[in-house]
Each structure stands twice: as C-alpha cells, then as structure tokens.
Write a protein that binds this ligand. Structure first.
Ligand code: AMP
Length: 188
C-alpha cells in the first residue's frame, strides 16, 4: 500500500510508522530522517537543510520534492511505502501526485494522527532532539497548522483519522483497522 502519514510534530508518526512497516512490509520513508542523514554526512543538501531544521521552518519544496522523487525511485518503494513527514504543503502534495503518476500509481490512504497540542508539546520536550526546544517546537506546531493542516481537506477522499492518544499498540491497532477496511474497499 502507498500511505502518507500526517499529524502534528509529536503525534507519534515515526513510532507508528515503525510498527506499520513491520506489519505491512513496506519501507518507512521519513523526510526528517533523510534530511538529518544529509546533515550528518555534511552534503550540500544537508548544509542547506540544517538552518531550516534548526529553526523548525520548512526546507524549500523544490529541494524536498527532488529528494523524495529520488527515494521513491528506489526498488524497495515499488510496491508501497509509508511516507512520514511528506507532503507537508499543498504544492508538495501536487509534486507527490506527479511523481506517482509518472510511476503509474496513486496513493491508497492518508493516515492522520490527532492529539491535543499540550500532549504533543509535552512528548517533544521529553524526546530531546536538537530541534526539540520550546521555541522551535511552538514554531513547528504553527507551521503544521498553517501549512500542513490544509492538506487534510486536499486528501478528504482517502483520509483515515486515528486518535493518537493512549498506548502505542492500541493506536497502531486503530491505524491497521482503518487500513484493512481501506484495502478491502480497494480489493472489491
Ligand atoms: P520531522 O522529523 O518530520 O519532525 O522533520 C524535521 C524537520 O525536517 C522539519 O522541522 C523541517 O525543517 C524538515 N522537513 C521534514 N520534512 C519536510 C518536508 N516535507 N518539507 C520541508 N521540510 C521538511
């Protein structure tokens, strides 16, 4: 299945993606992880991306889209993927549709993880990544509300919303139940 995960920073997308990757056998592709790899390898893209990661702003769509296009062209993504952290803007969603169209495929589902802002901010403060300072966290939440939340309407036809509060395995079960129903519909 070709799945996009959407939710505010701290909603647990990465944790859920790791579980779904095990259950569904498709790669977990996180644009945040890809950027962090570039930063640690000190590539040109990494040097450019670093300043956006540091402040919690979005890396320009063109650079992000090109990186995703390259990743989706790899053989392991041919039969499906879990995209975590991309698309984050409506133009990125259009780019994704174009990439998939070139591959002769489309998205099967968009999984939205919802949680109250106090919960997600508390989770991030506990996580302790370099971009998990209070100011950067608040900025990332604002970027999510302004730039990423509009994607929910864009994807309304294939959106599955999962309440992301509670034990990790219960949240995963809710996500899998939604995906199984969707798969059923696709198979019918
Ligand atoms: P994440 O690991 O998803 O929280 O992403 C960490 C940071 O990477 C974000 O705050 C952005 O600076 C950058 N980033 C990740 N995904 C994207 C994207 N789709 N578009 C632009 N910037 C991104």
């Amino acid at each position: 299945m070709r799945i996009v995960l959407i939710g505010p920073p701290g909603a647990g997308k990465g944790t859920q993606a790791a579980i779904l990757h095990e259950k569904l056998g498709v790669p977990h592709i996180s644009t945040g992880d890809l950027f962090r790899e570039h930063v640690s390898r000190r590539t040109e893209l990494g040097r450019t991306a670093q300043r956006y990661l540091d402040t919690g702003g979005l890396v320009p769509d063109e650079l992000t889209g090109e990186m995703v296009r390259g990743r989706l062209a790899r053989p392991d993504a041919r039969h499906g993927f879990l995209l975590d952290g991309f698309p984050r803007t409506v133009p990125q969603a259009r780019e994704l549709a174009a990439v998939l169209d070139d591959m002769g495929s489309t998205l099967d589902a968009v999984l939205e993880f919802t949680a109250p802002e106090e919960d997600v901010v508390a989770r991030l403060l506990n996580r302790g990544r370099p971009d998990d300072t209070e100011d950067v966290i608040r900025h990332r939440q604002q970027v999510y509300r302004r730039q990423t939340a509009p994607l929910l309407a864009h994807y309304s036809g294939i959106l599955l919303t999962v309440h992301a509060v509670g034990p990790i395995d219960e949240i995963a079960s809710r996500a899998l139940a939604g995906l199984t129903d969707r798969e059923q519909i696709l198979a019918d």
